[in-house]
Write a protein of this length. Structure first.
Length: 250
């Protein structure tokens, strides 16, 4: 029963605010070298960013109302057993729609689904030879929620917290080679709810940032090992100096 409740895959959903779907989806398909699947859902609100190889781990949703964001899908064999387990760790169940919508102790929305995925996609090799891959979700956590949120995700995924060589504000979970996305928690100081953004790993940050700029992204800030950008609808994300095959620092 333990294995049936434990996540075997993680997907990230880009939640699009009303009117932003077309521009956002076109950008993220181009940035990730994926293609947009046939739309699904009662109003065609869902689609998948389909990679050239392996199983998908990025999806999009057009919201009827509310702000843009990122939420996670945790794939489990038994959503009810998984939800009960996570509720025991401090999560709150919001709705059971066949898939189960939950919130972490810090208010981060996530869902439990059963969609089967097992094979990680390869990094995309771009025409100049550099590579990149969306391989991490960073949870932006207010200081007052950091300890509880870190403990929750560590126990939920059964992954230890490891030391960060990048910044004292980061709390990465140990990378599981079976999962397409690693979870990194970041202390953002003030705030009252946990949000999330995507991180790409690349072996040539300057080339990767320039490529994103050509597709309509804007540079927001430069740091020693990462660049903060905003996509054409204003969604923040990062391009980081990490090997896209291993996720490790160069």
């Amino acid at each position: 029963m333990t294995e049936a409740r434990k996540p075997f895959w993680i997907s990230a959903f880009l939640d699009q605010a009303p009117g932003e779907g077309e521009a956002s989806e076109a950008f993220w398909a181009a940035v990730t070298g994926t293609s947009l699947s046939t739309r699904r859902g009662d109003d065609g609100e869902f689609a998948t960013l389909v990679p050239a190889d392996g199983d998908d781990h990025l999806r999009v949703q057009r919201l009827a109302d509310g702000p843009r964001g990122v939420h996670l899908d945790l794939h489990v064999d038994d959503v009810r057993a998984g939800a009960d387990r996570l509720a025991g760790l401090g999560a709150v169940e919001v709705a059971d729609l066949g898939h189960i919508i939950m919130r972490s102790p810090g208010g981060m929305t996530f869902c439990l689904v059963t969609h089967p995925c097992r094979v990680r996609t390869s990094p995309v090799v771009w025409p100049d030879g550099h590579r990149s891959l969306v391989d991490q979700v960073c949870l932006d956590v207010p200081s007052v929620l950091l300890d509880a949120e870190t403990a929750f995700w560590s126990r939920a995924l059964e992954l230890d917290v490891v030391a960060s060589a990048t910044a004292s504000t980061f709390r990465p979970l140990r990378r599981d080679p079976a999962l397409p996305l690693r979870i990194l928690l970041q202390d953002i100081g003030s705030g009252d709810v946990v949000r999330a953004h995507l991180d790409l790993a690349t072996d040539d940050r300057a080339a990767e940032v320039a490529r994103h700029g050509s597709l309509g992204a804007q540079v927001v800030a430069e740091h020693a090992r990462w660049t903060v950008l905003a996509d054409p609808v204003g969604r923040a994300y990062c391009v980081t100096d990490r090997d896209p095959s291993t996720g490790l620092l160069p």
